[in-house]
Each structure stands twice: as structure tokens, then as C-alpha cells.
Write a protein that binds this ligand. Sequence first.
Ligand code: MLT
Length: 273
Amino acid sequence: MTPTTRLDVLTYRTGPSDLLPLVLLHAFPLDSRMWDDMAPLVAGARTVLAVDLPGLGRSAGLGTSAPSLDDAADAVAQTLTAVGLERAIVVGLSMGGYVALALLDRHPALVAGLGLLDTRSTADDDAARANRLRVAAELESSGTVDAVRPMATALLGESSRTLHPELVDRVGALIGQQSAAGVAWSQRAMAARPDRTAVLHQFEGPALVLVGDEDVAAPVAAAEHMVAALAASQLVVVPHAGHLTAIEDPDAVADAISELAGRADVEDQRARS
Ligand code: MLT
């Protein structure tokens, strides 16, 4: 990675500097637009922005030969610094959660509050890692995202697929707009990620762990594992939602993030006084 990496930032709202900004990190294989329904519902006037992770959405790839979420987290940190943010409430969904954990590990001073949605702190097992590498190779050889198109259905919960079939098309359209190289890079980076549960043990700030009760990819047990490792976390289980809670139930996710943000503001003001 070059020292000047700058990722694309989608600004939903610009607020006063006495409220901590909220930074949203998206899932795989999507981009920041997955937050479009949820972000405007976050209570209050704080700055809300979302970052396109490397090679996805409008962000360029990092061009590294050894894909790594550490590099993705460094790129997020550099981007936040470049837009003038020193501390933020960082919320990541699934792959965004992996990057949030890497950010907490490598740039702890940046993280004033932590939201982990539909994600896990553990590494892949051998079978999951091998599958990612197989999919990455398929993406690279085909030059298309066909290998991950079925995720449009798989990531949504059964209730959403039945009651809101239009969401399958929406997620499918987002997947279809990604670059095969960026999606492959992300798969390889996720395959290489370490277990970061120990990072949670060290975090004393306010945290939210949220999961859809129909999430198959990062189920409730993975959320409970993270809650057990955190000092000050709240667990929210969203009913009738799968892995993409922010798309499936934006109101419930916005409520939980608003509550986290309020706690983070109080902690931040206490620390400054
Ligand atoms: C995601 O939604 O970001 C993916 O399910 C993450 C993963 O593949 O582990």
C-alpha cells in the first residue's frame, strides 16, 4: 500500500464537531450504498459517512500482491485522517466488521465506539478458507462476479426473501456492479484474517453487537462469542432478519446504532472533561 491511499467516502450527513462522527463499513461483496436506507434514520445531527472498502464501489484497489484486511484498515484510517476525523464511532457489517476489528487492533485511538453487525471475531476454518480461495480464483479467471451472484439470495433471511423479494434484486444489482478483481481481492484478504477476539478483550469503550435471528453466515452464536469478550457491549437480535440487517430492517439497526452513538458521546465527553 502506498502512504497516500484514499478510499471513496459517501457522506450522508455533516454534523457539528462536538458529536462523534459515525463511520459505516459495508459487507462483502457490496459497497457503501448498502447503508442507503439505514444511514438517514440514525438519530441526531452527527456526521454520518460510509467508506467503500478497497476495490469495491468507487474505491480503487490497493494493488497489493498479498491481500490483507490489515491494509484495508490502514487505508480506512488514512482516509478518515484525510477527511479530518481523529475519532469516530465505527460500525461494520460482516466484512465491514472484520475491518472494524482490524482498525481497532491497528489504530485504537480512532475508535470511540464500536458496532459489530452480523459478523464474527474468529478466523476462518480450513474449509472456509479453501472455499474463499477457490471462489477468488474463479472470479479472477472469469473476470466476472458470476461466482458470487448467488449471495444475493443466500445473505438475506428467509423472511426477507419471502416477504420482500425485491431485496434480492437490489442486493443482486449491487453485487453485479462490483469489479471481479476487487471481489477476488476481498475474498483473499478475508481468508488471511486472524482471530481478533483478543482485541475485543482490550476494548473498554461502548460497543454494540447486533445480529439477525435468521443470519446463517454469522449466526447468533458468533455474536454471543463477541459479547462475552467485550466489557461494555449491548447485544441486539433483530427478528425476521438475515445477514444483511441494515438492508432488511433499517429501522431496528438505526435505533441500535443511535443508542450506541449516545453512549459513545457520553463516554467521549467524560474523557475530555
Ligand atoms: C459479508 O457479508 O461481508 C460476508 O458474508 C463476509 C464473509 O464472507 O465472511
